[in-house]
Design a protein around this ligand. Structure first.
Ligand SMILES: [Zn+2]
Length: 306
């Protein structure tokens, strides 16, 4: 624990002082906006927060089409699952994602906020890294919606020990993966999108770079605000302000560093086009606080006033 705290502190220093290449501003295609009034209720379900970092999920309740969980945090069996690794990789896992191990398994956490995990329609991870899909192993079998490229990445992880996907996760998710179809054409600055419920309330876009099939998720809240959960496309919002690249710690895990680097510029362009859009990096706890205030203590499905 003490080691983890020390290393998280060091990560904080890297965030500030890490040698990061400057990001070029990008020419963006015209903005394609799909007007909609549809919205969903959304709660912050935090499996672990520490020193400004968080491992969290958004529990989304659609009034007619069920409940979906965006990201799932780490597995409660984290230590056993990383036993497949040795040396540097194992130390990396234990130090960084391992610092955000859940205090409670995800099913228990959902029950605590008044939601039966058996009632989930699907889990929608932003990508397949262990600190985003591990918590799915603590849930009853639930469909997992991922891009085609991420499904292939997970399937490869069954036969080969890769850093991208933990073998235990690849094994457990077999049969649960349901690839998303990005058939919706341009959306905002993105070339294609998947409109999850067909009403624009939750829209998924591909942001490959950190992993081959990373996605971002737009969520429209009942008060009219729009959130854009960008997974690990950036560490924190200040990277957009200062147009700095990603931290060395994050770059280490990028499958395509050049694409991941370009994504910072694309997100900055998006943010400039719509300053009211709330960009939500997966691990920046301050961003989650700005959107949701505090982690949910009550998030049952059903009408908001029930
Ligand atoms: Zn992550």
């Amino acid at each position: 624990m003490r080691t983890n705290l020390a290393v998280l502190g060091a990560l904080g220093v890297l965030l500030i002082a890490g040698c990061r290449p400057r990001v070029a501003t990008v020419e963006t295609p015209p903005r394609a906006v799909h007007a909609t009034d549809a919205s969903v209720r959304a709660c912050w379900v935090e499996s672990r927060g520490k020193l400004g970092f968080t491992a969290s999920a958004i529990l989304v309740h659609h009034p007619e089409q069920g409940s979906v969980l965006i990201d799932a945090g780490n597995s409660s069996n984290f230590d056993a699952e990383v036993q497949a690794y040795q040396g540097k990789t194992k130390r990396w896992f234990k130090t960084f994602p391992g610092a955000l191990k859940p205090k409670l398994p995800l099913d228990t956490l959902l029950l605590r906020v008044g939601f039966d995990p058996g009632g989930l329609r699907a889990v929608l991870p932003t990508h397949a890294h262990l600190d985003h899909i591990g918590g799915i192993l603590d849930l009853p079998p639930t469909p997992v919606w991922v891009s085609e490229a991420e499904a292939e990445l997970i399937e490869r992880g069954r036969d080969t020990v890769t850093e991208e996907v933990i073998p235990a996760h690849a094994e457990a998710l077999t049969g649960q993966l349901e690839p998303l179809e990005f058939s919706g054409g341009p959306y905002e600055i993105f070339e294609q999108h998947a409109d999850l419920f067909g009403d624009g309330s939750v829209v998924v876009v591909p942001i490959p770079g950190h992993t081959p099939g990373s996605v971002g998720v737009f969520v429209r809240l009942p008060d009219g605000r729009r959130v854009f959960h960008v997974g690990d496309a950036i560490n924190s919002r200040d990277q957009l302000q200062r147009l700095r690249g990603r931290t060395p710690a994050m770059r280490r895990t990028d499958v395509d560093q050049a694409a991941a680097h370009r994504n910072v510029g694309r997100l900055r362009a998006l943010s400039d086009q719509d300053p009211s859009l709330l960009i939500l990096p997966a691990h920046e706890r301050a961003a989650w606080k700005d959107v949701f205030g505090t982690p949910a203590t009550s998030c049952p499905s059903g009408p908001a006033d029930s």
